[in-house]
Design a binder for this molecule. Sequence first.
Ligand code: ADP
Ligand code: BMX
Ligand code: ZN
Length: 289
Amino acid sequence: MTTLAIDIGGTKLAAALVEGQTITARRECATPASQTPQALQQALQLLVAPFRAQADRVAVASTGIIHGGVLTSINPSNLGGLAQFPLVGFLSAITDLPVMAMNDAQAAAWAEFCALPGEDDMVFLTVSTGVGGGVVLNGQLLMGNSGLAGHLGHTLADPAGPHCGCGRRGCVEAIASGRGIAALAKDELAGLDAKAIFMLAAQGVSQARELVANSARTLARLIADVKAITDCQTVVVGGSVGLAEGYLPQVADFLAQEPSVYQVSLRAAHYRHDAGLLGAALLAQEEWL
Ligand code: ADP
Ligand code: BMX
Ligand code: ZN
């Protein structure tokens, strides 16, 4: 059985053919920024078309709350203002294959948990366009009654912090995510994206260094909170910001400043940028066994 796995993020869309735990082919494109669903429909259609004939089923890991096959944004600004999208309905119609869908960070958490033998509990955090999370406790992936479980990017980091697209103020995501970092940039850094800001931080530009440090400090505090809530031994970090050179060591330094009870084993995602794709494929394989 070949699974066509699709990862829908706020910045990029990826599709892959997965056999067992191996990606045999992969394609990627930019996520369109549009309030209306047509742009995403068109991008998905172009992305999956070359893989359709070789696939037996479709497994989707997507940004947003995924419930009943529908994507509902908790932070629509991460998807160009798109509030809802009928993921399963649309992909079933264009592929004529069975389709299942789940949140991207929940899917990635499952892949990373499966790569950590001997552990019962773990938490995955993606620092990417937004900040997402997935929680595995006693070997079970938490999805929640309505798909919201693990949305750790929308926990409070600073009550006086920047507004978050979810409607709250001072969420972790508004400070630590790629979008959050870019939105906080001022003066000579205004208008740059997180990737450019990381490059300037590496060159020693002080505002860029402070923006990156602020993100890493905020993530470290979230990890301490996560330890207090779940008592997990391991936290795995992914996403292009989370995997950026030098970022995780900074998070580790800030976490080390917290009391010993809040310490965890901190790891970069084993499957790097493919954790969401593989997690969706693995969950689909288990569901359809
Ligand atoms: P998605 O959110 O679509 O899953 P990514 O995980 O690639 O996508 O995250 C996108 C965010 O990561 C953007 O804000 C982008 O500016 C930032 N980014 C991409 N590459 C890098 C990099 N090398 N270093 C730091 N930030 C990066
Ligand atoms: C946002 C939210 C989460 C998602 C997280 C990471 C939306 C559209 N997404 O908090 O569901 O898991 O971003 O998403 O509300 P990514 O696009 O950064 O991978
Ligand atoms: Zn929020």
